[in-house]
Design a protein around this ligand. Structure first.
Ligand code: T5A
Length: 218
């Protein structure tokens, strides 16, 4: 039996990750492949409880180091309670955000530093890493306009952090994609959702030798 893959989606605010999770999940379902979809922060009951602490409230509510540790704590619970059991059952896992977000949002853009985060990650999780990361890349102004047009003020703590912060995020993701070219596949997320989906399906098929077919809607 083929070993299932661990796939993550990354990018700035409003890049279209949730939309693409739904579409890729439909493609896996059409192919008859078991897929566990999940998200960070969150995914497990413990992770979702921590999500409530970090995505709501004032931008300066947490010291950046405290915030980093909250994301890592949520991730430990999420891997233990949801991701690793799914992989052990032979399911594919598709996760909306993972450690690259901590590295970029806290390590780079909030300047807490990346070396100690990498050390903590290695201590907690060893060499476990996604097999493929799909980076949805777009100018922050475009992503923030998309989230603003949704008109939902819930969970908008990071969206409120200013354009300069979001430009640093994009630069941080670009640097990560350069550092890990084998793992991170960058996709132009200014395209229509169906074009982005087709690019994602193509990248997944190429990486894992699958024959997924792009779906019209999900
Ligand atoms: N965070 C997270 C950290 O700081 N550190 C960490 O370690 C982790 C894990 C999570 C926040 O936490 C931070 C990052 C985040 O700020 P979240 O709600 O999960 O909060 O935030 P996002 O991941 O940014 O999710 P969003 O829902 O805001 O954006 P998505 O999922 O990227 O975008 P989506 O699919 O909801 O689309 C946004 C809007 O755009 C439209 C959609 O219909 C929707 O209205 N859209 C498109 N429009 C035009 N063209 C396309 N191609 C489109 N695709 C979608």
């Amino acid at each position: 039996m083929r070993k299932p893959g661990f796939i993550t989606l990354e990018g700035g605010e409003g890049a279209g990750k949730s939309t693409q999770v739904r579409l890729l999940a439909a493609a896996f379902s059409a192919a008859g492949l078991g897929l566990c979809t999940t998200r960070e922060p969150g995914g497990s009951p413990g992770g979702e409880a921590i999500r409530g602490l970090v995505v709501n409230g004032a931008a300066d509510k947490w010291h950046p180091v405290t915030e980093s540790l909250l994301f890592m704590t949520a991730r430990y619970d999420h891997l233990e309670a949801k991701i690793n059991p799914a992989l052990a059952r032979g399911e594919w896992v598709l996760c909306d955000r993972f450690y690259d977000s901590t590295y970029v949002y806290q390590g780079v853009a909030k300047a807490v530093g990346t070396a100690w985060l990498d050390q903590l990650y290695a201590h907690l999780f060893g060499n476990q890493a996604p097999d493929l990361t799909l980076l949805l890349d777009l100018p922050p102004s475009v992503g923030l306009a998309r989230t603003a047009s949704r008109g939902n003020v819930d969970e908008s703590r990071f969206e409120s952090m200013g354009l300069e912060y979001h430009e640093q995020l994009r630069a941080g993701f670009h640097a990560l994609a350069t550092k890990y070219p084998e793992r991170i596949h960058s996709i132009d997320a200014t395209q229509s959702a169906s074009h982005v989906h087709a690019a994602i399906v193509s990248a997944v098929n190429a990486r894992f030798g699958l024959a997924l077919i792009p779906q019209e809607s999900a």
